[in-house]
Ligand binder design. Structure first.
Ligand code: FMN
Length: 353
């Protein structure tokens, strides 16, 4: 399976073409719509005020409810653009965003409106592709879910906890939560932190922890291009705003001793098991049969309502910009289904689907 995302934030539409899909998969369109709604901005003060229904229109690759095996193309209309808000950005790139790098890469030809192809809006088709991938994986007994692990330094419980152990049903429960956390009170504190940053004309970042259960041991390889950490990272870094990834204990490994970090192997009912999962389900680039667990760091939204220093790309002089437009004060909660989608597409690659 390969996918290509197309479109710009303020163009007529965005979408995705998925190639090399197996034929004969009956797609549950209601389930796909539910996944899309999880990412859509909705009616929350925690997200951008842009209103988009994000209903995908299937243009090809689906016949009588089943995939044909030829390219599956889904298109999502853009309906709520305020392009005038972005006139300044063409000349004065937003610090932290991709306006300057996009200008250099595409010699000033990129569509700057609403962040163009770099907009978080382009993650809607990614969620569509991920929803298709999730349905294929569910038939193989594989479940994917994620939660907000932290926002602005306020931490949720990790998946590695005694109170709410990591199971497929916990992941499905998280899938249905608007603000998915394991520790409700901490979730409320996080939401208050987002609103505080917003009221100060600022933004806040955080981390998302994602898990995949049901993966068999022995998938992947140690080599470049085939190792599971590399494949997952490549898919996850295609999500705008992701700045770091760690598997299992991730950066925490650096502070542990071997005796603390190793996952002891045991035989239980004829199977190799382990009571801990410090390695996040991967050793030597190969799955070990434990859940695949990784955590990503998302940057605080670059577009903040404060005057910032930048440059003038017409006169090549110093300048300032006060960003206009409607922005997410925090992208973490909206990125949860997007990270799950990237994980689903990565797992399909690992499993050669
Ligand atoms: C769901 C989602 C929504 C986003 N919303 C915004 C936004 O409103 N304003 C903004 O500046 N960046 C937003 N971003 C992040 C930018 O798209 C991203 O920072 C930019 O493309 C630069 O890429 P980088 O941060 O990976 O370097 C969003 C990202 C996601 C995943």
């Amino acid at each position: 399976m390969r996918y290509t995302i197309f479109g710009e934030s303020h163009g007529p539409a965005i979408g995705v073409v998925i190639q090399d899909l197996p034929s004969g998969i009956a797609l549950d369109m209601e389930e796909i719509a539910r996944e899309m709604a999880r990412r859509a901005p909705g009616n929350s003060p925690l997200a951008t005020a842009r209103r988009e229904k994000d209903v995908p229109e299937i243009l090809s690759g689906l016949f009588e409810g089943q995939t044909t095996g030829t390219p599956l193309c889904a298109m999502i209309a853009n309906t709520d653009q305020h392009s005038g808000d972005y006139d300044d950005v063409r000349r004065y790139p937003r610090p932290g965003h991709a306006d300057y790098t996009g200008f250099m890469r595409y010699q000033g030809c990129a569509d700057h409106r609403g962040g163009g192809h770099f907009s978080g809006r382009l993650t809607a088709p990614l969620v569509f592709a991920g929803a298709v991938a999730k349905q294929i994986l569910a038939a193989e007994g594989i479940t994917i879910g994620a939660h907000i692990r932290s926002i602005g330094g306020i931490e949720d419980l990790p998946f590695a906890n005694r109170e709410k152990p990591l199971t497929p049903s916990l992941l499905r429960e998280l899938n249905r939560m608007a603000f998915p956390v394991l520790w409700k009170e901490r979730g409320e504190e996080m939401q208050a932190e987002i609103l505080k940053a917003k009221s100060e004309g600022d933004s806040v970042g955080g981390t998302i922890e994602c898990a995949v259960t049901g993966l068999p041991a022995g998938m992947g390889a140690p080599d470049l291009g085939e190792n599971v950490e590399g494949i997952v990272s490549r898919h996850v870094f295609a999500v705008p705003g992701v700045k770091a990834i760690g598997f299992g204990d991730g950066f925490g490994f650096a502070c542990l001793r071997g005796s603390q970090a190793n996952d002891s192997l045991r035989m239980r009912m004829g199977e190799v098991v382990s009571d801990t999962n410090h390695s996040g389900g991967i050793n030597g680039g190969i799955t070990n049969g434990l859940p695949l667990v990784f955590e990503v760091a998302m940057r605080p939204t670059a577009s903040i309502a404060r005057e910032q220093q930048t440059v003038d790309l017409e006169n090549w002089t110093n300048a300032t910009i006060t960003v206009k437009g409607r922005h997410d004060p925090c992208i973490v909660q909206r990125a949860v289904p997007v990270i799950e989608a990237a994980a689903a597409l990565a797992v399909c690659e690992v499993m050669d689907i």
